[in-house]
Design a protein around this ligand. Structure first.
Ligand code: MN
Length: 297
C-alpha cells in the first residue's frame, strides 16, 4: 500500500531498557532518556504495579510530551487462568490495578501477557484454565472500554505461557473473548521462535493487530540476530499498520527484580543503553521508511 497520507506509527521504547524499578529518580530518568533518544512513547512495565507512583509518572510523561503503553505479565501467584480461586482473585485484582494505571497515565494501549502467568507451565492449558482466562479478559476489556483503552494480548513463546504461542491461537482466543476492543500484540523475539516467518503472522492478524514489540532474536542490538527485519516491516506496510511500534531489549546491565529472572535475562547484551536506544530508533525509522518506499501494489 505505502499510503503516505496515513499517519505515521509512533515509535516507543520499553522501560526495561532504562530502569529496573520505579523509584521517583528512575521514573524521571526513564522519561528523560526516552525523549533524548527520539522516541514518542514509553512502555510502562507494570509487573510490580504497586511500586509505581502514578501521579508522578503521569506528570513526568506530560512534562516530556510522551505517550505511553501499560504492559503487564502476571505472576504465578496471581494467575487469572489458575484453577485456584484465591490465585485467580489476586490476578483479577492486579489487572484492575493495571487498568487503573492505564487510565491514570492516559495509555494508548494495555498490552502484554494479561491472560496468564508469564513463565514456564508444567503442562498444557486445561479447558478450565482457558475458560478462566477468557472470562478474565472479557472483564478487562469491558473495564478498559469505559476508558477508551484498547487491550492487546501478547503472543509469547512456549516457555512463557501455555494458553497460545502463535498468531492463529491468539486470534481464536480473542474470538472467544468476543469483545471488539481486544487485539493481537505481536513481538518479533517470540515470532522468531514460534511463527512461520515474519510476514504470514502479520498478514493473518491484519486489522486485528493492535501493538508490536520490536526485539532481536537474542533481545540485544537490532540487526545483530536472526529476525527478518525487511520482511517484517514490509508486511506491516502491506496491512497498512499505523499502530505503535515499541523497541524491547533486555540485558543483565539493567535488572528488574520482578521480570529479569522470568525472562531468563542471564547475559550481558549491552552496557550503554543510550547507544542501544538511539541505534534502535534509527533502525526502526529506517525500516519503516524503506518499506513505505517499496512499491508493493
Ligand atoms: Mn514483548
Amino acid at each position: 500500500m505505502g499510503n503516505n497520507e496515513q499517519p505515521n506509527n509512533l515509535i516507543g521504547i520499553h522501560a526495561g531498557v532504562w530502569i529496573g524499578t520505579w523509584t521517583p529518580e528512575s521514573t524521571t530518568y526513564a522519561v528523560d532518556r526516552t525523549v533524548e533518544a527520539g522516541f514518542d512513547l514509553l512502555e510502562i512495565t507494570a509487573s510490580d504495579v504497586e511500586s509505581i507512583d502514578t501521579g508522578l509518572l503521569s506528570s513526568e510523561l506530560q512534562r516530556a510530551g510522551l505517550k505511553s503503553t501499560v504492559s503487564m505479565g502476571l505472576a504465578f501467584d496471581a494467575d487469572v487462568s489458575s484453577e485456584d480461586a484465591l490465585v485467580r482473585a489476586r490476578g483479577v485484582k492486579r489487572l484492575e490495578t493495571a487498568v487503573e494505571l492505564a487510565k491514570a497515565v492516559d495509555a494508548r494501549t494495555l498490552a502484554g501477557v494479561l491472560y496468564s502467568a508469564l513463565g514456564k507451565y508444567p503442562g498444557p492449558a486445561t479447558d478450565a484454565s482457558r475458560r478462566n482466562s477468557v472470562a478474565a479478559m472479557r472483564d478487562v476489556a469491558q473495564a478498559s472500554r469505559a476508558a477508551g483503552i484498547p487491550v492487546a494480548l501478547e503472543v509469547v513463546n512456549r516457555y512463557e505461557t501455555n494458553q497460545f504461542n502463535e498468531v492463529y491461537g491468539a486470534l481464536k482466543f480473542i474470538d472467544e473473548i468476543g469483545e471488539d476492543n481486544v487485539f493481537v500484540h505481536l513481538d518479533t523475539y517470540h515470532m522468531n521462535i514460534e511463527e512461520a516467518g515474519f510476514r504470514a503472522p502479520i498478514v493473518a492478524a491484519g486489522d486485528r493487530l493492535g501493538y508490536v514489540h520490536i526485539g532481536e532474536s537474542h533481545r540485544g542490538y537490532l540487526g545483530s540476530g536472526n529476525v527478518g527485519w525487511a520482511e517484517l516491516f514490509r508486511a506491516l506496510d502491506e496491512i497498512g499498520y499505523r499502530g505503535d511500534i515499541t523497541f524491547e531489549s533486555f540485558s543483565s546491565a539493567v535488572v528488574d527484580p520482578a521480570l529479569s529472572n522470568t525472562l531468563a535475562v542471564w547475559r550481558n547484551l549491552w552496557d550503554d543503553h543510550v547507544d542501544l536506544a538511539r541505534h534502535a530508533r534509527q533502525t526502526i525509522a529506517a525500516h519503516i521508511g524503506a518499506a513505505r518506499a517499496t512499491i508493493s501494489g
